[in-house]
Design a protein around this ligand. Sequence first.
Ligand code: FAD
Length: 417
Amino acid sequence: MTTSTSTKSQTPTAAHSLAHLNVLISGASVAGPALALWLARYGARVTVVEKAPALREGGFAVDFRGDAHRTVLRRMGIWDEVHRRQTHMGRQILVEADDTERVDLPAFLMSGDVEIFRGELSKILHERTRDRVEYVFGDSVASLTEDSEGVAVTFDHGAPRRFDLVVGADGLHSHTRRLAFGDESRYLRFLGYYVAGFDVPNHLGLDRTARIYSEPGRTLLLSNYGADPARAGVGLVFGSERLDYDRHDVKQQKKILADRFANLGWRHAAGALDGLESAGDLYFDAIAQIHVDRLSRGRVVLLGDAGYGATMGGIGTGTALVCAYVLAGELAAARGDHHVAFAAYEAEVRDYAKGCQKISGNAGPFLAPPTEKKIRSRDRMYRVLSSRFLAGFFKRLTEKAASDIALKDYARLDRQP
Ligand SMILES: Cc1cc2nc3c(=O)[nH]c(=O)nc-3n(C[C@H](O)[C@H](O)[C@H](O)COP(=O)(O)OP(=O)(O)OC[C@H]3O[C@@H](n4cnc5c(N)ncnc54)[C@H](O)[C@@H]3O)c2cc1C
């Protein structure tokens, strides 16, 4: 573990000013607004374009763990706010088909140091930046043409504009990556599983708890995090060959899920799945990883899931915040010289991001083991880890990848010889 210890909220000095820089960021979820926060602090002019008509609210809870996450949250000045809006999730319970409890997973095992809904985090970042950053919702980059002076950008709706740099923070299926680096099929590694999430009425009256039921190759998780007692979240994970479906056709995705989870044996499954048809906020994606050979091409650079994403289990949100801090810091340290800054960003984060991504590789088989025997052995492992002593050991293991970066203190760089 090699994290620097200074965790004060950072106010960059004048020597870091990026006032001459005009940056376009594509994507207003986590990575995009986090980078916007830092670049605005360094004085850059920042525009964030988001395809959705407004800030997207959905998503499961995401957690932060270890020193690097802690340091960056503090330096961003959002540590207290994240804690104020954390989930306070309690026990999660693995259940049998008749709903008897098989294994109890205590909160300290599952929720990192602090856990927050992805949508809440996105809101915090947006609230902290919207006065200093231009947000354009309901639009998308249509084309990027680079020359020696900058990048000419056209949009689906807005007028063409020029920027010095363009950042692709538009997720696993990044549109910026497609435009600047080529087709997604070259970079996306499918891991044999799909995941879905949606909200339903809280018909079991769950209160800050979750019930998890697995059959070979498929798992249903029903949870209530306390934010809204009337609603419960359904999470579905299933093993599958690669499916041919339209990512924008929600009806088709609901049909896939209904077929895959038909006749699930848990006695409360039908009640949970009844809400699928009317769910307005379905999240559905393959469990997959992104592997690019380089994170930048000319004046275009990738950040967050667009560059090194893993759909789940890879601490993607914490990684996005850490890497946004590094990218902005390197740009400031290089006084906006993108050749120097992008090379330094890549050198700083590449192994770190790969290490975090690596631990996501087993997320699918772990969440939805393919055989009854593997379900039982996963549950036995969970039972052992639930003891406080072993949980501490487990926690240190997962923190290792999240903390395995030597964070520079960019606010102090100009004072170093
Ligand atoms: C609605 C939603 C729900 C999610 N739910 C979960 C979850 O339950 N569990 C989990 O582990 N991870 C989830 N994620 C992913 C998680 O947020 C990321 O793994 C992590 O936080 C890194 O974030 P990111 O900003 O790099 O990418 P993302 O969070 O994927 O954000 C990408 C952003 O880019 C936007 N975008 C896409 N295409 C374009 C375009 N052409 N032009 C402009 N903007 C575009 C998207 O609308 C989105 O706001 C979710 C993401 C979203 C957007």
